[in-house]
Design a protein around this ligand. Structure first.
Ligand SMILES: Cc1cc2nc3c(=O)[nH]c(=O)nc-3n(C[C@H](O)[C@H](O)[C@H](O)COP(=O)(O)OP(=O)(O)OC[C@H]3O[C@@H](n4cnc5c(N)ncnc54)[C@H](O)[C@@H]3O)c2cc1C
Length: 452
């Protein structure tokens, strides 16, 4: 086994960053800018594989709406953790920082994209800056294991020194160790990388084909950290029932309310997409972490959908509205009752679920049938079976327990010299640029702190 020595004269880098994703590139650039000798290691042959796919290829890299951050836009067991990093390096700073490397902002409301509308240009600009700032890089290099570089402390006679336990009646005590940075083992290679400080920016398990396979979780656990269970977040939800097939492709405005064991845990409004297996679209992505955790705990999870949120949330009011509509359209058949009000496919399914024949004259609709339709319209119960897997999730909820990390520096409270940045931490943002902003904020802080 040999130490990679070509990196610095001593064979040790000041800061090693594992993962050339959004957070890792930001951290490496910042650490190098303040003068540290930085090595950035990435398993893929190209950097920013996931970043290049963001925002439908356009990269929604931040969002100026920073209201209701804690528990609203940023979630986790300890969402307050996100406050300090986001205050230190928030969206305005991110926009200016990116202008500094050539990315001009394009604003769509509060959502910020590169003016080129190309996620690939964000990757290229970051990578150019990685190189320009003097970061040394190892692409196509999979780190297999991360260890503390512990050397046994020796006394001046050259003999092994033992801890004070020896003085408490034990013949052989516990050896004391001096921690001197980290050793990084490379897959398929005997070389070892030696680093004084280490930033883990290996992402989560979401979309593993981009290189994010959760390796950082395993190393962190071995180093003493606890993990909040990880579940897919920002993903679609599979639901029970064959009727979804008949609604596949429908897009409709809706209000969603997630109940876990009967208790409301989240609500969201927006354009719902119905698929042949269940529900999708931005509002479903936003609530999916709650569904995933509920199902993980083997609880009953349902999403109640109001298909007419612009008219009313109340069953009684919708009932009144339907009654009046039925009077107006008394000359029609029920098959046309929803025409011009709801998507036709959706209307047909509601009729089917209420056992109402499409040929029934609207004038013959009974009070009971009208109530059943109203209930289905305002409070359609989607029984959740599972969320789409990590392969299809835009991010993961869970990760490194943030109670064990200092939000001012991103340094581990348990392992000196170990830092975290990005999605590896137990902070997940909602859709809209919040996850990338988290990568920039945490990466910026970790890079500066590790180099300091
Ligand atoms: C389809 C899609 C669209 C998205 N769109 C948006 C959006 O528009 N706006 C937004 O804010 N967020 C978006 N996100 C979420 C956002 O992309 C992520 O939250 C963010 O990229 C996470 O950055 P990261 O640097 O923490 O992790 P990653 O980008 O996952 O980077 C981790 C890197 O570490 C490397 N790595 C892992 N293990 C090892 C190892 N053992 N050795 C060496 N290297 C390793 C990986 O190869 C990877 O390159 C989207 C996500 C997806 C999947």
């Amino acid at each position: 086994m040999s130490i990679i020595t070509s990196l610095t004269e001593s064979g040790t880098v000041d800061v090693a960053v594992i993962g050339a994703g959004a957070a890792g590139m930001m951290a490496a650039i910042e650490a190098a800018r303040v003068g540290a000798k930085v090595l950035l290691i990435e398993r893929n042959r190209e950097p920013g594989k996931k970043l290049a796919t963001t925002g439908n290829g356009r990269c929604n890299y931040t969002n100026l709406d920073m209201e209701n951050l804690v528990g609203g836009k940023y979630r986790g067991c300890n969402p307050e953790f996100s406050e300090i990093p986001l205050e230190s390096f928030g969206p305005e700073q991110a926009v200016e920082w990116f202008r500094g490397i050539g990315i001009e902002p394009k604003y769509r409301g509060n959502y910020v994209y590169p003016n080129s509308d190309q996620a690939s240009s964000v990757v290229t600009a970051l990578w150019d800056e990685v190189v320009h700032s003097g970061v040394q890089v190892l692409l196509g290099t999979l780190i297999r294991k991360v260890r503390r570089n512990e050397s046994e402390a020796v006394n001046h006679t050259g003999r092994e020194q033992y801890s004070s336990q020896e003085n408490h009646g034990k013949s052989r005590g516990v050896k004391s160790y001096r921690t001197d940075g980290f050793l990084l083992d490379i897959e398929g290679c005997d070389n070892v990388i030696r680093a004084k400080k280490l930033i883990l920016a290996t992402g989560s398990r979401a979309v593993p084909k981009t290189g994010s396979t959760g390796d950082g979780y395993v190393w962190s656990k071995a180093l003493g950290h606890t993990l909040v269970p990880q579940v897919p977040a920002l993903t679609a939800v599979k639901c029970k029932g064959s009727h979804y097939k008949n609604m596949a492709g429908v897009r409709t405005d809706a209000k969603l309310c997630v109940k876990v064991s009967g208790e409301t845990v989240a609500a969201e409004e927006g354009e719902l997409q119905l698929t042949d297996y269940g529900i999708s679209g931005i509002p479903v992505f936003q609530i999916s972490r709650h569904v995933a955790y509920g199902l993980r705990d083997e609880k009953e999870v349902s999403v109640y959908i109001n298909f007419l949120p612009n008219i009313s949330d109340s069953k009684e009011e919708i009932s009144e509205f339907y009654k009046e509509r039925a009077e107006r359209l008394a000359y029609k058949e029920m098959g046309s009752f929803f025409t011009g009000l709801l998507n036709q496919k959706l209307g047909n399914v509601l009729l089917q679920m209420a056992n109402i024949d499409r040929k029934l004259p609207v004038s013959k609709l009974s009070g009971k049938q009208l109530k059943a339709l109203s209930a289905l319209t305002v409070s359609f119960k989607a029984e959740c079976v599972e969320v789409n897997p990590f392969a299809n999730a835009q991010c993961a909820a869970g990760g490194i327990n943030t109670a064990e990390v200092d939000p001012h520096t991103m340094e581990s409270k348990l392992v000196k010299g170990l830092y975290f940045a990005g999605e590896i931490l137990d902070i997940d943002g909602i859709c809209g640029g919040y996850n990338l902003q988290w990568a920039w904020s945490s990466g910026f802080i970790a890079g500066n702190a590790a180099a300091g």
